[in-house]
Design a protein around this ligand. Structure first.
Ligand code: TIU
Length: 229
């Protein structure tokens, strides 16, 4: 029997088959959310990303209870930085040049295996949940994500994470081009820039949901919970 629920979204409500739907939590890492990491080194107020944590916890709890596929991603690089392209490291003329790989209070910035690279404790993956390590902004580029989604017959993605306009946006664009129906859960995403967050959500859902439909954690949780009652 299929488990289908209708979700309130913009530009319009739509049904989703939860057995073909995955929750993907993008880059909820200390490096972006906590002081002393990559985000703060770039001059950002990292406290602005905290607002996404609790809504993500709520969505995760319901998704796990229903046995949905939950996938986490982490942006970062190999310790020898061989997967770090020169432009990402140097950004010619930028005051932010050369940050990645340097020592910080949470270890080497954006390097796999370091404390700062890992996911914040509140949203830590459960055993069995795939964790995708990616060197870029999009979650499909140079990763096995598409392979995993196809193997599990996933057609719909509920997308959460940070930052809305960078890695969430890149991932949704990649997914959209690969034929996945993307639903961005707005309050489960956050940015260091309020206006970028708002405009990214607006842009995704414009033109009849050209990139993604947009909803919020309450709408998703209410719809999903109707299955367990
Ligand atoms: N700087 C910023 O807003 N974002 C990133 O560098 N990566 C992600 O969004 N994960």
């Amino acid at each position: 029997m299929t488990r289908t629920v209708t979700v309130q979204m913009e530009p319009q409500a739509a049904p989703i088959d939860i057995d073909r739907t995955a929750v993907i939590i993008i880059d909820m890492q200390r490096d972006f959310l906590q002081p002393g990491g990559f985000g703060e080194s770039l001059g950002n107020d990292v406290s602005k990303l905290q607002r996404a944590v609790e809504p993500c916890q709520k969505v995760l709890a319901v998704a796990r209870e229903l046995g949905m596929l939950v996938i986490h991603t982490r942006e970062g690089h190999l310790p020898d930085l061989t997967d770090l392209h020169p432009f990402k490291l140097q950004r010619p003329g930028s005051s932010h040049a050369g940050l990645i790989g340097t020592e910080g209070p949470m270890g080497r910035i954006m390097v796999r295996g370091e404390v700062g690279h890992d996911i914040v404790p509140e949203l830590y993956p459960k055993p069995g949940e795939p964790v995708i390590d990616k060197p870029g902004k999009g979650s499909f580029s140079s990763t096995a994500l598409e392979c995993i989604l196809r193997a599990k017959d996933i057609s719909t993605l509920l997308v959460c994470g940070v930052t809305t306009e960078i890695c969430v946006n890149s991932t949704i664009r990649e997914a959209n081009d690969r034929g996945f129906f993307c639903i961005c859960i707005g309050d489960c995403c956050a940015s260091y820039f309020d206006e970028f967050h708002e405009m990214t959500l607006k842009m995704m859902k414009a033109q009849g949901g050209i990139l993604a439909y947009v909803t919020d954690s309450k709408s998703i949780c209410d719809s999903l919970k109707s299955l367990s009652s």
